[in-house]
Design a protein around this ligand. Sequence first.
Ligand SMILES: [Fe+2]
Ligand SMILES: [Fe+2]
Length: 160
Amino acid sequence: MKDISMKTATEKELGQYIVSSPLFRRSLKQEHHFDTTLGRHSIEVTKAAMRLCSKLDQLGIQTDHNCMMVASLCHDLGMVDRNDRYQNNMECCQKHPGNSVKEALKLLPDLDQKTQDAILSHMWPLSRHMPSSKEGWILLAADKYVSSAGTIRHLLEKIK
Ligand SMILES: [Fe+2]
Ligand SMILES: [Fe+2]
């Protein structure tokens, strides 16, 4: 894979670069929650986050699209091979955001601090890092929304 810079690439180029990386491709094969894969979950979170950014942009509230694209696609990369990396769900819950930052830095060595913080805080309040930017709060909301929608869909299927 050719190296890419977060400062000079477009959001589309960043998205294509991350999605085509070997680690992200592996995430597309890992089961996640009830009816999806880890990679598919991250793509859905990214779509929801980018939609929120567009809405805010329309309201005159500027958001950083490169940060949003990278943080959303990378936020759960630290969960790839979770059964080998973590002893239980609690450990996974607490440690995967930090490991996602490490994986994102391997893909994008010039990953900026705001994007690192957004990834690190996406499990708040279950982890102690609170979001410190608009993009961090948007990622938190998008991740909770997509995860909850999946759980509700699964429960509704069960009571049909
Ligand atoms: Fe996560
Ligand atoms: Fe997630």
